[in-house]
Design a protein around this ligand. Structure first.
Ligand SMILES: Nc1ncnc2c1ncn2[C@@H]1O[C@H](COP(=O)(O)OP(=O)(O)OP(=O)(O)O)[C@@H](O)[C@H]1O
Ligand SMILES: [Mg+2]
Length: 341
């Protein structure tokens, strides 16, 4: 386990802030997002819709498009500061050392190209010495490796002829041909039905075990993360509320938001009882984030929570929480100042 072992961290995100400058005003979409991801570790990023999970992934890959802008922060990947690289340098990392599996596989595939050829082309970009034939044969092998039945035949199909689960398997094959050091899986199963979801998660896990990649698994479903990840980062309205080992966070959640989120899990509810939901709605991200963004919905908030931003406290080994409730008992975690961009 790599918690706290800085030299083993593959990725370190520090004080990341992203804003959207729209005609209606400035959207403070990410504020002070900091987390680490160790070599070979799988980390889940969870939170309600709109809390900034995909945006965090897009910022790492530097594909935040206007009117969005990364205004502050550091993103270190191995020995490189990603926000300081030229466009040409970041392109060499994107899709090569860091790959991303998207929520909607069919949107990411080229609709007018047979899938075998698409995988073969990705292989050829990655390995310039491969000829067309060799790449195609390898592509068929890859389809086999992601458990596509009758891969020779399926390689000749177009994306619209595939089911969602098959298309996601093709995407996974394409992402993994480059043997990325970091795989970002953005809700890779949310468009699929439940039985296929489990198969795809198993597939990703088996393949990354073989390759030794680290994984950032984005999901709104804490259950998926609990089953597949070593650590979890809980986001709320563009900030990190809590992070720690899955076991610690699930068994001993420290942030009132995480506690609420866990109560919403169907498993936490007795049969016959109504489903629990956290009262209130997510804040308007156009408002300047003064205090804790969860304060208006928090059952334990005090006056200070609405005006002062809580620091991050160390509440256990590798377990951190941004909440004043821990002020008296826990030390403030190391703070750092992000670079203004
Ligand atoms: N083009 C845009 N203009 C203005 N705000 C935007 C734009 N794109 C994203 N945002 C803001 O960024 C926030 C974070 O969006 P993001 O897609 O990262 O959420 P998410 O956590 O991935 O949600 P989901 O679970 O629905 O995928 C949104 O709530 C929105 O306020
Ligand atoms: Mg998303």
């Amino acid at each position: 386990m790599t918690v706290g072992a800085d030299k083993n961290n593959l990725l370190e995100v520090e004080d990341l802030a992203v804003r959207f400058y729209t005609l209606r005003g400035t959207v403070h979409a990410l504020e002070d997002v900091s987390f680490k991801l160790g070599q070979g570790e799988s980390v889940g990023l969870v939170g309600e819709t709109g809390c900034g999970k995909s945006l965090t992934a897009r910022a790492i890959l530097r594909i935040v498009s206007p009117p969005g802008k990364i205004i502050r922060g550091n993103i270190r990947f191995e020995d490189k500061q990603l926000l300081e690289l030229s466009e040409r340098e970041i392109r060499q990392i994107r899709g090569n050392q860091i790959s991303m599996i998207m929520q909607e596989p069919k949107m990411s595939l080229n609709p007018s190209m047979r899938v075998g050829k698409q995988v073969a082309e990705t292989l050829m970009i990655h390995d310039k010495s491969l000829g067309k034939r060799g790449a195609y044969a390898q592509a068929v092998d890859m389809l086999n490796a992601v458990s596509i039945p009758d891969p020779k035949h399926m390689a000749k199909r177009y994306p619209h002829e595939l089911s969602g689960g098959m298309a996601q398997r093709i995407m996974i094959a394409m992402m993994l041909v480059t043997r990325p050091k970091l795989l970002i899986a953005d809700e890779p199963t949310s468009a699929l039905d439940v039985t296929i979801q489990a198969q795809i998660i198993d597939l990703i896990n088996n393949l990354i075990d073989d390759i030794g990649s680290s994984v950032l698994m984005i999901s709104h479903d804490l259950g998926v993360v609990a089953e597949t990840c070593d650590r979890v980062i809980v986001m709320y309205a563009g900030s990190v509320a809590e992070s720690g080992l899955v076991r610690d966070v699930m068994e001993n959640p420290q942030h009132p938001y995480t506690q609420g989120l866990l109560r919403t899990l169907p498993d936490a509810i007795d049969p016959g009882q109504p489903l629990y939901s956290i009262k209130g709605t997510v804040p308007n991200l156009m408002d300047e984030p003064l205090g804790c963004r969860f304060a208006p919905r928090c059952p334990q908030a005090t006056d200070r929570c609405s005006s002062q931003k809580p620091p991050v406290y160390d509440v256990g080994p590798g377990h951190q929480v941004a909440c004043f409730l821990h002020e008296a008992t826990s030390p403030v975690a190391g703070t750092s100042v992000g670079v203004q961009l």
